[in-house]
Design a protein around this ligand. Sequence first.
Ligand code: 5GP
Ligand code: ZN
Length: 116
Amino acid sequence: MKSCIFCKIANKEIPVELLHEDDLAVAFKDIKPIVPVHILIIPKKHIESIADLTGKQELLAGRMIMVAKKLAEKLGIAKSGYKLLFRVGRNGGQEVPHIHLHLLGGGRMSENIRVV
Ligand code: 5GP
Ligand code: ZN
């Protein structure tokens, strides 16, 4: 999708250091990290949110989680633990309408989930 910032990153129209790339997904650092390790894993294909995934895209969903797991090991936060987060739609607080999995680690996190 032309106007989508994450499509531009996946298509390398915007130069961003990719921490991972495969046929389905890429990973890069969040521009505004909220914890010491804050990585986003996104599909190369433009899919707005988890709510738009189809059964045929199961492999893609699994791939994003495996990429997060491997990056956590590579970045040295696997043992201390981390959080994986998909925000979905308005109530989920999703701001960028292109699926992204947050990999969050490097410090102890509170729950901080409340209905506003
Ligand atoms: P959401 O709230 O949609 O789950 O998270 C969107 C995330 O994308 C935010 O953490 C935000 O900092 C990050 N983000 C937004 N625009 C950019 C960008 O242009 N580059 C990078 N690296 N991260 C971005
Ligand atoms: Zn997109």
